[in-house]
Design a protein around this ligand. Sequence first.
Ligand code: SF4
Ligand code: SF4
Ligand code: SF4
Length: 332
Amino acid sequence: MGAKPKLSMYWAASCGGCEIALVNLNEKILAVDAAFDFMFCPCLLDTKKKDIEALPDGDIAITLFNGSLRTEENREMAHLMRKKSKILIAFGSCSSAGCVTALGNLSPKGENFKTIYLDSPSVDNPKGIIPTPHTTVPEGVLELPAYLDRVKSLAQEVDVDYFIPGCPPEPHQIWSVIQAVTSGKPLPPKGSVLGGGTSSVCEECSRTRGDKKIKELRRTFDFKPEPDLCLLEQGLICMGIATRNGCGALCPKVNMPCTGCYGPPEGVEDQGAKMIGALGSIVDVEGLKELKEEEINTKVDEWIRSIPDLAGTFYKYTLAESLLNQLKGRKK
Ligand code: SF4
Ligand code: SF4
Ligand code: SF4
């Protein structure tokens, strides 16, 4: 029997949840082990970077790359894994579109460091030490990977073959990708999103939608939503309308609004803009018609103020890839 194809999983700026999703394959992980030589995964295995560097180019059949690119090390590993992998998959929303780490792009590096290392209430740093790439200590020079000015998605740095959405992706998506690759059948066109649909979460949500207009936005802790009615029409910001389907509307099923982790549906370039447009169409403006311009402006300001974190609400998963980020240069 010939050697099994190699499978690797690399984490860049990530929370580790994507690795948990892989382990959540449960007993199917044995089938993965039967089909592949799972040879690189810093979270689970002790393979070193030099072992990867020693491989011939393209020797790894599939790399699932999770996490965004926050540091020079993340960037370097993106290039290394691209070079050594036949199929490079952006796995999860951090890798696909930046996710939470990309919200750091709203502030310059210096401000981020100040918040993280000096001002955070849980930090005790009386000497005001800020990490630097090189620090001289009596024992020698300590090195840390440099912090990039901006967070990038994987595709903003290297050529990516496929994208698997989700924060984290669902185990069934991972399984379907494994099956597709091992079946020997032709693979989907390069650049495809695997494990997601082309429509929106609303399409697979069983809640009843009407044409109800909303007078105010509410938060999940304000009230207990009706179990069968559309959450957006109850005043909760449910991003389902601006989010790719494929998860089975998991969050609305348990009375929680969709926060948008599958990214925008097919053909939508900017998830946040799509959602803001959808909100504009559901806001009840009947009462506003009689008001003066100034009063309307005040009303609009009130609406905006009732959303506590605009970027974190509308661009929680996709800021790096958004029009807002103004970061282009995808290599494909
Ligand atoms: S996509 Fe979500 S689960 Fe995966 S690394 Fe990013 S934050 Fe964690
Ligand atoms: S907005 Fe949310 S709750 Fe309403 S139909 Fe869409 S996914 Fe379901
Ligand atoms: S409902 Fe939305 S936030 Fe929840 S898993 Fe699905 S895409 Fe992600």
